[in-house]
Ligand binder design. Structure first.
Ligand code: SF4
Length: 380
């Protein structure tokens, strides 16, 4: 953005670039240091509205509030789980589209400090149409803007959530694993990553950001050039094209061999390890043949297998692989020389798998949902 537009919704503070803000302030005769006061100020964890920018003169504060939106998110419904360690939000945007984000906190363990991971959406809905995913079933709404992506992080960074601790240091891990295929919205997702990186805003290091793709090969190659410090995760979910065509339909466009080749290019060129995500579906992709196929695909390059027990959507024809089956599968992969972990299943009771809470709230206002949650004692 080079100039503030007077048409359409007011620009959000999360996506305004500093040059445009500087021009706007200078037109009001304000000194240059006000840019930092507005931008850094609006990203401070204790700031809940423009009124809290108390180092600005009152008249400027109200001008800022008239010219900019504090957030692109107009309403949110949040529910918590795991004793307060997980919280999920459905956010409503200005045009009524709804998206999801999830906060996951991890207690300090041994030498490891407390960590906070925020999972965010890149699109309202998704066109990839994976049959095990509630977002895929709901279809595609629209692309999110960079501000709508960043505002999901700011939602958890601002009060009341900023009281949780990591907001002070901004040491979040950000994962693009919510609704949408981020590399089908690369321009805006890449811009959002730059905004998240910006030291005048949240200053989140690129190495703490992960973009997860269903296998959009050109987008993966763009990441090598434009975001080589950002982590790449590939949702693999099957080791043969016949099965992956069914589970991740974009495989018909970019089959496994091309996706793995792009993952290897990323690993070779950036020196970084690529995560291969594998949702475990009972009796379908947890067989010996699939395990042996995975070993062939993932061995010999910087990759790491992440096994995820399926959190089935309502009415799903599939269920998750039981724990014993996951352990058997993992042992076979490890014996085959792979680095493998099982992802913990956060927030099962709040439908934390992508798109599930959104689907559950369909047709209800967020206010109505909030009131019902307070009544049931599940609201956070
Ligand atoms: S799993 Fe990801 S890529 Fe597949 S439909 Fe769901 S959101 Fe889209």
């Amino acid at each position: 953005m080079t100039e503030l537009s007077l048409v359409g919704p007011r620009p959000a503070i999360s996506e305004i670039d500093s040059a445009s803000l500087a021009a706007w302030l200078s037109a009001r005769g304000e000194p240059a240091y006000r840019v930092d006061q507005v931008l850094s100020g609006a990203h401070r964890p204790e700031v809940a509205t423009f009124d809290d920018l108390t180092d600005l003169p009152a008249a400027l504060r109200s001008d800022v509030a008239l010219a900019f939106r504090f957030s692109t998110i107009v309403d949110s419904h949040v529910i918590g789980a795991d004793g307060g360690m997980t919280a999920k939000a459905v956010h409503e945007l200005a045009d009524g589209q709804r998206i999801e984000s999830v906060l996951m906190r991890y207690a300090a363990r041994g030498a490891m400090a407390e960590r906070t991971t925020i999972c965010i959406s890149s699109q309202a809905g998704c066109a990839v149409n994976c049959p095990f995913c509630a977002t895929g079933q709901a279809g595609f709404g629209r692309q999110l803007t960079p501000g709508e992506i960043v505002d999901q992080v700011l939602h958890w960074h601002r009060p009341p959530w900023s009281a949780l601790g990591d907001a002070k240091t901004g040491h979040y891990n950000i994962v693009f694993m919510g609704m949408g295929e981020p590399l089908n919205n690369s321009d805006r997702v890449f811009e959002a990553v730059r905004l998240l990186n910006d030291p005048q805003r949240l200053g989140i290091g690129a190495r703490h950001i992960t973009v997860s793709t269903s296998g959009v090969v050109p987008g993966m190659d763009r990441m090598i050039e434009e975001l080589p410090q950002v982590n790449l995760a590939i949702s693999l979910h099957a080791a043969t094209d016949a099965l992956r065509d069914e589970l991740v339909p974009i495989n018909r466009k970019w089959p496994i061999s091309e996706v793995i080749a792009a993952g290897r290019r990323f690993a070779d060129r950036t020196g970084r390890r690529v995560s291969l995500e594998y949702v475990m579906i009972d009796g379908l992709n947890d067989t010996v043949e699939q395990a042996d196929g995975l070993i062939m695909l993932a061995r010999g390059w910087r990759s790491h297998l992440n096994l995820i027990p399926l959190n089935p959507t309502p009415g799903s024809r599939w269920s998750g692989t039981p724990t014993a089956g996951i352990e058997r599968f993992m042992r076979r992969l490890r014996d085959g020389g792979l680095s493998v972990t099982v992802r913990d299943t956060r927030g099962r009771e709040i439908d934390a798998a992508c798109g599930q809470l959104h689907a559950q709230l369909s047709g209800r206002s967020l206010r109505e949902a909030r009131e019902a949650a307070v009544f049931a004692g599940t609201s956070s």
